[in-house]
Design a protein around this ligand. Sequence first.
Ligand code: SAM
Length: 407
Amino acid sequence: MNDVAAIERDMVDAAKKAEATVINSTFHHFSPYGVSGVVVIQESHLAIHTWPEYGYAAVDVFTCGEMNAWIAFDYLKESFQAKSYSAIEMKRGSVNLLTRNDFDISTMRQKANEWVNPGFYTRNVWFTDKDENQALSLRFTGDVFYDHQSPFQRVRILESYKYGKMLALDDMVMTTENDEFHYHEMISHPAMFMHPNPKNVLVIGGGDGGTIREVLRHKGVEKVTMVEIDGAVIEACKEHLPQIASSFNDPKLTLLVDDGIAFIKNAAPGTYDVILVDGSDPVGPAEGLFSVSFYQNCYNALKSDGVLVAQGESPKFNEKAFCELNYTLQDIFGRDKAPVSLFFVPTYPTGMWSFQYGLKGDIDAIKHLDNSSIDAFVQSEGLRYYNSALHTGSFALPNFVKSLLLK
Ligand code: SAM
């Protein structure tokens, strides 16, 4: 009763079962749960509102002409696996109580006659990533390519009209075909260029494969270890987002399906040059990826001149997590060794997102950069977001963000 895509599909199929002509469908998912939707048919409409918390749905099937509404109702009983149901049939609009207006039907009929059933209908099914006060909604085709409830989260691959196929974990947008490069280039290249010679790299999370794809562009890298907790994410992306999940067969990669929090706890001190924490939001399996002990273990696992970069939430979405993560990094790495870079991801709520750093030894975010070799790399790799000027620019923070990060 909370699955907007399945409900839209079943409501449209119910109309078709009753041989109605579907004109369009509009369905919306509400916060924190519940779905409302309408299927407009030539014979009138079907409407639904759900109360998942009660396992209850109220459906209206409005018809005119020969269409048998009960066929649609019986279909919905099956597809919604209703354990109990009640129904009222109400005849509406008795002709003998109505006065017919005389107007030139020919013009109307003409219009009606001109109408050709396009054989398709516009679907307005909206996927919404939100918190209690703000949301980002993407219209998607209603098609669900992958839908699996793993032990950790619900893994879905949906297709949005504007951003192409997208990976959603529970109700959060993780990555989309059309803007993934914003995120994957900015989580990897600044960190890789901050370090003088990164050879041994650890990626925690990153199940879509975009981060390892970018890290493996750096020819000097000898070993990449990726620790992703949920094998279903990898499987879904390999099958449905191959251009993102394109490096899983790279010989330099060691892929572990395991909890990154436990992995880093047991990691040998001083092992990695660069650690990239490409985790989801601080809920469910990723909650611990925002903990003090996790980052203390990351600090220990880094070599004396090491770089840590982490998905840092947004100063305008999950502000609390954004600030607390940086305070933790300041405490562990040092007040001036926890810089923040901001960048844009159109499909994340607010579009303004961050990566947060922990720098060990002489590493600095921008001081020792060789901009000409960076831009030569950008050119040769055909990068579409990252470049040397943006590297430096992304660490120039707006004043309100600077004050947020003052402990
Ligand atoms: N770009 C996304 C974002 O900003 O939210 C992150 C994408 S990536 C798909 C996030 C990955 O972190 C998911 O595949 C999730 O399964 C993984 N993950 C979450 N908690 C984890 C943990 N404790 N250990 C390893 N991987 C974890």
